[in-house]
Design a protein around this ligand. Structure first.
Ligand SMILES: Nc1ncnc2c1ncn2[C@@H]1O[C@H](COP(=O)(O)OP(=O)(O)OP(=O)(O)O)[C@@H](O)[C@H]1O
Ligand SMILES: [Mg+2]
Length: 266
């Protein structure tokens, strides 16, 4: 079966798209043994940082999307495996070159526009079970191309009403892409991150219930250990494997996501 491709989306910055992508990928690969590839489609490059990946010049996501004059690069050669014992590979960003690609996807038709990312990862579909694409907090060309390359989008919000609105905007964009380009795209369950027990969180949950959208459980609560892991270049589930939060929150969350994708048995 070809890989399930999922992109994590919200128009709101800082809701935890990248951190959650990193931890989901880490658990999917090491606990569930799936072959996982994560693509860093954000010029900020934090997904690459989470795994301590150092950029190889000329060998990142931007060069795949916008091949150099010397010719196409082999997507497999651009992948980096942070831990030789874990079946997880990272397609690192290319920082400023990725920002150039954001613009060129509109202005240079040969790059394939909204289909560019789909084309770039196509050779990998049979090598992996799961491909996760981390998107930037915009609904521009790179995010659209990631959604167009996906089977599923996973909306993510924190318990703040503006974040909910911005994530709903990303879902609306995905639905438009489904209508026009990618008819089989599914809007998957929502991810709740930086959660807390307060009135605004209840309002966000109430609004999601009112809209009858599926929500993955459990919510990931705000935990100091989560951002702390970044300085070691490891997602929290690897850096603090015995932490109560890492086990109690991420592992069942990932189990539910993988079950919904048909990648693990219910
Ligand atoms: N559950 C959590 N508890 C505590 N801190 C968190 C949690 N999730 C994410 N963070 C922290 O919040 C900050 C923003 O998270 P992250 O970079 O993942 O957000 P993002 O949505 O990817 O941001 P951007 O929109 O800029 O790409 C980071 O420092 C991250 O470690
Ligand atoms: Mg991010």
């Amino acid at each position: 079966m070809p890989a399930i491709v999922a992109s994590i989306v919200s128009l709101k910055g800082g809701v935890g798209k990248t951190t959650t992508t990193a931890n989901i990928a880490a658990v999917a690969a090491d606990t569930y043994g799936l072959r996982v590839m994560i693509g860093d489609a954000d010029p900020q490059g934090h997904l690459s940082d989470w795994f301590g990946i150092k950029r190889s010049p000329g060998m990142g996501f931007a060069e795949l999307l916008n091949p150099p004059d010397s010719g196409r690069i082999d997507v497999r050669a651009a992948l980096q495996q942070p831990d030789p014992e874990v079946p997880l590979w990272v397609l690192p960003t290319s920082y400023l070159e990725m920002e150039d690609v954001e613009v060129k996807l509109s202005t240079v038709p040969e790059l394939g526009g909204i289909w560019s990312m789909s084309r770039a990862i196509q050779p990998l579909l049979n090598d992996f079970d799961l491909i996760l694409l981390d998107t930037r907090p915009t609904l521009g060309n790179l995010t659209s191309a990631a959604v167009c390359a996906s089977n599923v989008v996973l909306p993510i919000t924190e318990p703040r009403l503006p974040s909910l609105q911005s994530t709903l905007a990303a879902v609306a964009k995905a639905e438009r892409i489904r209508e026009k380009q990618n008819a089989s795209l599914v809007v998957g369950g929502w991810l709740l991150n930086k959660w807390g027990d307060h009135e605004e969180a209840d309002k966000v949950k109430g609004e999601l219930q009112r809209r009858e959208v599926p929500v993955f459980q459990p919510a990931i609560y705000t935990g100091e250990y989560i951002p702390k892991a970044y300085i070691w270049g490891n997602p929290a589930v690897w850096q603090f494997p015995n932490n109560r939060g890492a086990h109690q929150d991420y592992k069942p969350l990932v189990g539910g996501i993988l079950t919904s994708f048909g990648l693990v048995a219910a």
